[in-house]
Design a protein around this ligand. Structure first.
Ligand code: NAD
Length: 332
């Protein structure tokens, strides 16, 4: 049955190629469990994701510019590729998990990039958080080579990457979604189709902009309350049973000691770094400029996180905005 569905999928790829009057020798590619998956970018997120793919019985070829990241995966049974092009040669589905837009452009369209060697019909899944316009640019280059590029950024941090419980926000042709899902279920729990290519990035950027705004607001309100003499636990209980409640106040409160097991109660270590939040807010800002959308609070949050990054908070969790506000006041 599984073999039959692969034949059906591959036939569709062939028809698509013929329909565009291209003369590729279209090697049948396979997607899904037990498949040849390439993984590029083995950092905090990509390393555990590639490991989960291996542990679920996929054959995985990996590449990272940092050799030590690859040797860890090799010890776990992965094949090493020496460039994105070599990974693509050995894979039918390729996942990238890279820092930002320029790394993605390099890995796909660079001199030794995926597009040099990937077979027609290959499925290219970019899970990095990048500019949606770059996702569209990569998708259009892929289409010219009869490959499919989809964006599938994630929510959930390193813990979720390790546990295989990430949420994927997927943008691309809807007919490719089942193929993408059959691979992504190896590394995630919720795989959500968002629309055409770039839609996954759009969803991720909007969510994170709102998260940043909520966090800044929560930190501001908590700081004011504490300075007015309120007990922070009592204030957070009131907020969380009133209309000011948000994920930032209830699940991820930025005041040390209010909640156990959150970065605020661990000197703002672990969690989601200020530098990463600053990056996502930068993406929101450029998307807003391009689409002529007003994001006054998103822009302000971006500037605040920028300021924090240059003032030594770059590696601290983004809830450290509370400490930043507190220290700004104390220095006056
Ligand atoms: P990271 O910096 O830990 O890892 C990136 C990896 O990519 C590094 O190992 C680096 O050596 C490698 N790399 C860089 N350029 C490369 C290239 N040209 N070819 C091959 N490898 C290359 O970053 P991360 O925390 O794993 O984040 C990856 C992506 O996931 C980012 O886009 C980030 O915004 C997003 N993200 C991160 C988190 C998080 O909590 N860390 C959460 C959600 C989304």
């Amino acid at each position: 049955m599984a073999a039959l569905s692969n034949v059906t999928r591959n036939s569709k790829v062939l028809i698509q190629v013929i329909g565009k009057s291209r003369t590729f020798s279209c090697t049948a590619v396979q997607h899904g469990s037990g498949k040849r998956v390439g993984f590029i970018g083995l950092g905090n997120m990509g390393g555990p994701m590639a490991l989960n793919l291996l542990n679920k019985g996929n054959s995985v070829t990996v590449f990272d510019v940092y050799p030590e990241a690859m040797s860890k995966l090799q010890d776990a049974g992965a094949t090493i590729g020496h460039s994105p092009a070599e990974v693509a040669e050995k894979s039918d589905t390729i996942i990238t998990m890279l820092p930002n837009s320029s790394h993605v452009q390099e890995a796909y369209a660079g001199e030794n990039g995926v597009f040099q060697t990937a077979k027609p019909g290959s499925l290219l899944i970019d899970s990095s958080t990048i500019d949606p316009s770059v996702s569209k640019e990569m998708a259009s280059l892929a289409e010219k080579k009869a490959m499919t590029f989809i964006d599938a950024p994630v929510s959930g941090g390193v813990m979720a990457a390790k546990a295989g419980t990430l949420t994927f926000m997927v943008g691309g042709p809807e007919k490719e979604f089942p193929n993408a899902k059959s691979v992504l279920v190896n590394v995630g729990k919720n795989i959500v189709y968002c629309g055409p290519v770039g839609s996954g990035q759009a969803a991720k950027i909007c969510n994170n902009m709102l998260l940043a705004i909520n966090m800044v607001g929560t930190a501001e309100a908590m700081n004011l309350g504490v300075r007015l003499g309120l007990d922070p636990k009592l204030l957070s209980n009131i907020i969380n049973t009133s209309s000011g409640r948000s994920w930032s106040s209830e699940i991820y409160n930025p005041v040390p000691g209010v909640l156990p097991n959150v970065p605020a109660s661990n000197n703002y270590e672990g969690g989601f770094g200020t530098a990463l939040m600053m990056k996502d807010l930068g993406l929101a800002q450029s998307s807003a400029t391009r689409s002529n959308s007003a994001i006054p609070l998103g822009s302000l949050a971006h500037q605040l996180y920028r300021l924090m990054s240059v003032r030594g908070y770059a590696k601290k969790d983004f809830s450290s905005i509370y400490q930043f506000l507190q220290k700004s006041e104390n220095s006056n």
